[in-house]
Structure formats: C-alpha cells, structure tokens
Write a protein that binds this ligand. Structure first.
Ligand SMILES: [Fe+2]
Ligand SMILES: [Fe+2]
Length: 132
C-alpha cells in the first residue's frame, strides 16, 4: 500500500504544480516502500537526501512565487513548510546518529497528514488565487 495516494482534492488547477506534487508523492512512496526492507544504509541515506532536496527546492520555488505576488498568507504558509523540513531533518539526524527508530512509521507519521492537509488547504488556496 502506498504511503500517500493522489486524490482529486489535491489538484490546484495549475498543471505544473500538480505534476511536481505528484513527483514528490512518488518519491516519498518509494522511500517509504524501501524502508524496512533489505536496503543498505547508503541507499536509505541517498533516498533521504533526495527527498529532502526535492521537497526543499519545491518549497523554495513556492515561497519565491508568494513573495513576488505579495501573497497575504505568506508567513503561515512558509511556517508549515519549515515545520515539515524540521521534522525531516530530525529523521535524517536520527539516521546519522544510528538511533534505533522505526523509520518507516516515523516517516509516515511526519509526512502523511502533513501533505494531505497542506495540498488541500495551503497549496490549493495559493495556486487557485494566483493562478501560478
Ligand atoms: Fe506545493
Ligand atoms: Fe506549499
């Protein structure tokens, strides 16, 4: 079972944004699937790094768009981005410190509800309002 399934309610009305969101979900689903299987530490580290890089650059792009358009809910939106990046950093730190943690469920807890809510509320509002 995939960690996150794409839902119609995630659509923002902007094709490129939806496409990027789908790619982020695919990446998270792949990482989640790999965790708990026989993958090497190197592979997990690589995946965690890719997930973090892709998510942060997606957020950075969105924040640039918001600043450019003087978006009214910029701060609240950016705070949600930062909260997720903090949680992902914690997971990466725990991994580097070799902490005995259930990474599969910790990742699921950190990202599943976050993405579902963020897409439906923050991103949907942003992209519908600005059209970009
Ligand atoms: Fe987004
Ligand atoms: Fe966002």
């Amino acid at each position: 079972m995939a960690l996150i399934d794409w839902r119609k309610e995630f659509e923002t009305g902007v094709e490129e944004v939806d496409h990027e969101h789908k790619e982020l979900i695919d990446l998270l689903n792949t990482l989640h699937e790999k965790l708990g299987t026989d993958v090497s530490r190197e592979e997990v580290r690589g995946f965690l790094g890719d997930v973090f890089t892709n998510i942060s650059s997606h957020f950075a792009l969105e924040e640039t768009v918001m600043r450019k358009h003087k978006y009214d809910e910029y701060q609240a939106h950016k705070s949600e981005h930062e909260q997720l990046l903090d949680d992902l950093r914690d997971i990466m730190d725990a991994f580097e410190a070799n902490e005995a943690l259930d990474y599969k469920s910790t990742l699921a807890d950190a990202v599943r509800d976050w993405f579902v809510n963020h897409f439906k509320t923050k991103d949907a509002r942003l992209h519908r309002l600005l059209g970009v």
